[in-house]
Structures are given as structure tokens and as C-alpha cells.
Write a protein that binds this ligand. Structure first.
Ligand SMILES: Nc1ncnc2c1ncn2[C@@H]1O[C@H](COP(=O)(O)OP(=O)(O)OP(=O)(O)O)[C@@H](O)[C@H]1O
Length: 311
């Protein structure tokens, strides 16, 4: 299908359908299906060896699927008329000729892909590397190399960006920059698919998550929904000068109460409103009443428990 024949609804959407990759003895990806929407950052999560890299490589036509399909805007990568104008990919820390400057590295890619040369300067500016444009690649820090890799992916002004563990090796400031950059792209309507094992970072970055383990889909959906679905991790933090009285009031509601190391009580089995009502009815003074949800790390560990064996 040519770009013009695809449905507008497909534009920027990634659809993975029944995707499978069987290596000799290992089924790296096993009948995997999920979709990634434009205008959102989607976190692609899974324990080590879950099949994330293999999936991304099949999406980018670097590995041939055993069965199933992966499409971008309704077409396989191999069938995209001008792939660099459509999809930017950052698969591993960028490598470049050591003696080449950052800007020359990008110009070489522009020349090979038939892109205007000024895109090299624009992409460098986009990732904040203009001051280092004329410095040689061998002098770049790991963070600068990551930025150069992203600049290379942005040369064709693609509507879809695919990144494999882009935060690897970045310092906190670099990670913060990356978060702002990727969120900004999604805000412009671009599709951002990013694999990571940094769950706390994903909680700050992603709108949606796709969680896989042992090559299979475990859960997909908006981060809030996935976190909200794990009610067993939810609890209420309470502070009161009348701990004993509150513990006995809550015992009547079959709530579980445990003290934490900072002198608060952690209540599970009932919501914050029920705790407040029980305290009021018993005339107990409360100094704090905070509902706490499980974080993504906890949800992830629960969802992938027992499925993360090395294969
Ligand atoms: N070329 C290959 N030949 C044989 N097995 C492979 C090959 N590439 C990957 N595998 C296996 O497929 C499984 C999935 O690997 P993959 O690298 O896709 O996982 P991942 O989720 O990206 O892991 P990590 O987070 O550790 O990078 C692993 O068991 C891996 O050993």
C-alpha cells in the first residue's frame, strides 16, 4: 500500500499483531499483540530477556518475524516509502566515526538519506548539542552520545519515535531532559514508544504502558488504569496520637493495620473514607489520612512474578 492509500486513522499508530520470533531453542516473542497511539508516550516494559529488543527490532525490520506482523501507520517498515521521514529509532548508544564531529556525523546521514543538510543543525539544536556541534565524537560523554543518537533519529522529522532504553547511562539531569523532550514530542502529536527497565522513570514519563514477560503480553493500558487496577497494593497512611483506640476501631471493619517505621499506621482492606468515618465515630483525633497507591515498580513485580525466568 502506498502512503496515500492508508487510512488517516492509521497515521502514526503502531500495531503489533500475533508477533512471534522463534530462535532455535528460544521463543523470544510469543504471539504478542498491542497498539501504540500517536500523541502519547508509551512505555514498553518487561524484565530482562522479556523480548523487548527483539520486538522493537522486528518493528524496524532488523529481525524477520517467525509469524505475525508489526506495522507503523498501517504499513510494515520495509514498505514505508521514506522510512527516515516516518520513523526515527534509537536502538543503542549512538556510535559514530571517532574523529568525526557531531554535526558532520549527522550531515553524512542526511546525505545518505536525501535529507536537506540544514536538518543536521536543526536536529543538534533540538537536543541541545549546538555548543558541541564541532567537537569530535570521541570526546563526547555518554549523555552527549545519547543526545546525538536522538538527533540522528530526528533528522527526517519523523512522526513516530522508537527508543530502546534511552536513559541508559544518563545522569539525573540527562534523564530529566529526556523526559521533557519525549513528552514535548508526544504533545506535538508524535508517537513515542520507549522501552525501559527504569520503572520510577516510566511512571513520570509514560501515558500508556505495555508490559511483557517471557515474550507475552501481560498488561497494556494507560499508566493510571494499570496502577488503579492493582487495588491489593493500595493502603491508607494514618497518624494519630490515639493509635490503640484506632487499631481497635479498625479491627471491627476487618482492616489490617501495621505500624510503619516512622510512627504512622498503614491500613489495608478499607479506603481512606472508611478510616476517617471510624475515627470520627470513636472520637479519635487524626493528624494524617493519606491514601497510597502501589507504584509502577510494585505493580510490575506483581504482574510479572514467576514469568521472568531466564530463557
Ligand atoms: N539472535 C538471537 N539468537 C538467539 N536468542 C536470542 C537472540 N536475540 C535474543 N535472543 C533471546 O531472546 C530472548 C529475548 O531477548 P531480548 O533481547 O529481546 O529481551 P529484552 O526484553 O530486550 O531484554 P533486556 O532487557 O535484557 O535487554 C532472550 O532469551 C534472548 O536470550
Amino acid at each position: 500500500m502506498s502512503d496515500g492509500q492508508r487510512s488517516p486513522a492509521d497515521q502514526g499508530r503502531i500495531v503489533v499483531s500475533g508477533l512471534t520470533k522463534q530462535y532455535r531453542t528460544v521463543r523470544a516473542v510469543d504471539n504478542l499483540s498491542f497498539t501504540v497511539q500517536p500523541g502519547r508516550v508509551t512505555g514498553f516494559l518487561g524484565p530482562n530477556g522479556a523480548g523487548k529488543t527483539t520486538t522493537l527490532r522486528m518493528l524496524l525490520n532488523l529481525v524477520t518475524p517467525t509469524s505475525g506482523t508489526a506495522t507503523i501507520s498501517g504499513a510494515r517498515y520495509a514498505d514505508l516509502a521514506q522510512p527516515l521521514r516516518h520513523v526515527g529509532a534509537v536502538l543503542e548508544a549512538s556510535s559514530a566515526h571517532k574523529g568525526r564531529t557531531g554535526v558532520n556525523h549527522l550531515r553524512v546521514i542526511c546525505a545518505a538519506a536525501g535529507l536537506p543538510m540544514q536538518r543536521a543543525d536543526e536536529a543538534l539544536a533540538m537536543v541541545g548539542l549546538t555548543p558541541a556541534a564541532k567537537r569530535k565524537f570521541k570526546g563526547y560523554s555518554l549523555g552527549m552520545k545519547q543526545r546525538l543518537g536522538i538527533a540522528a533519529a530526528m533528522l527526517g522529522d519523523p512522526r513516530v519515535l522508537v527508543l530502546d532504553e534511552p536513559a541508559n547511562g544518563l545522569d539525573p539531569e540527562g534523564i530529566r531532559w529526556m523526559r521533557g523532550f519525549l513528552k514535548g514530542l508526544a504533545h506535538q502529536g508524535k508517537t513515542v514508544l520507549v522501552s525501559s527497565h527504569l520503572l520510577s522513570e516510566m511512571q513520570l514519563l509514560a501515558d500508556d504502558v505495555v508490559i511483557i514477560a517471557a515474550g507475552r503480553l501481560v498488561r497494556q493500558g494507560p499508566v493510571e488504569e494499570v496502577l488503579g487496577s492493582m487495588t491489593q497494593g493500595a493502603r491508607v497512611r494514618v497518624r494519630t496520637p490515639q493509635s490503640e483506640a484506632l487499631v481497635s476501631a479498625l479491627a471491627e471493619l476487618s482492616a489490617t493495620v501495621e505500624p510503619d517505621e516512622h510512627g504512622a499506621l498503614l491500613v489495608t482492606g478499607v479506603d481512606a473514607a472508611a478510616v476517617g468515618r471510624a475515627a470520627l465515630a470513636a472520637g479519635i483525633e487524626l493528624h494524617e489520612l493519606t491514601p497510597e497507591r502501589p507504584d509502577l515498580e510494585r505493580v510490575f513485580l506483581d504482574l510479572t512474578a514467576g514469568k521472568a525466568d531466564i530463557r
